[in-house]
Design a protein around this ligand. Sequence first.
Ligand SMILES: Nc1ncnc2c1ncn2[C@@H]1O[C@H](COP(=O)(O)OP(=O)(O)OP(=O)(O)O)[C@@H](O)[C@H]1O
Ligand SMILES: [Mg+2]
Length: 251
Amino acid sequence: MIEIKDLSVVYQSSQETYTALKDIHLSMPMGGTCALIGPSGSGKSTLLKVMAGIITNFTGTVEIDGQAVSPTRQKIGFIPQNYGLLPWKNVYENICLGLKIKNKQAKIDKNSVDFIMKQLGIDGLGQRYPGELSGGQQQRVSLARAFLLKPDLLLMDEPFSALDAITREEIQDLFLEVWKKHAVSTVLVTHYVEEAVYLGQKIVILSTEPGRISKIIDNPLFGEIDIRNKREFFELSLQLRNFIKEDWSNC
Ligand SMILES: Nc1ncnc2c1ncn2[C@@H]1O[C@H](COP(=O)(O)OP(=O)(O)OP(=O)(O)O)[C@@H](O)[C@H]1O
Ligand SMILES: [Mg+2]
């Protein structure tokens, strides 16, 4: 179980203090997925960074199976909003980086890397550097890195935002395939209601000033075959969009 209790995060600079998250309570079973959706500044990236163990200055608790979250204790795959690629390493090295950081002696199975790169449509780019890639290609490199790591917890900050609509749907399907195979507990941030309904077993709506949870939905449609083309999918998406319009206009 991933359990967040009474979580608050306050950023402190010399001029001001800002409460980015206030009284967050959230739990999800291991092996599940959770989609976070919220307006800009509602603390989505902050929440992911707390779960990744990057932000440690918070009050409350964040636990995975009863243990405080920490990158040394759990294998955490984190795809930051700016992809987190190292510009001086080529694509192949960037993909292997997650495994290498976790274990310097890790043996990289070249076939697995090649397979993932092919699935993500970035085979042939192994020798290029991030600066020589489009935004969507960089995003796929960071996904390949996370998929290769097979983490205990996968955290993705707007992982598909730079992809065109068709590629986005393909990579969403690929994500679900990988997720089904490994049942990786995943939290992803998205700005798209349809993406939240397609990929989130749990959908969490945040609002801002200060960042807090305004609704949690256990998604009844998650995992249904060919759901994107069904009436219920459009209905739930519309319902959520209307809730969000109302909720965010009060922010
Ligand atoms: N290091 C920091 N110091 C001070 N304030 C910060 C810092 N990082 C973020 N904030 C503030 O905290 C709030 C939440 O930021 P966060 O990046 O978590 O939002 P977000 O929901 O991810 O937004 P977006 O959708 O634009 O990515 C914002 O108001 C932001 O300005
Ligand atoms: Mg963000």
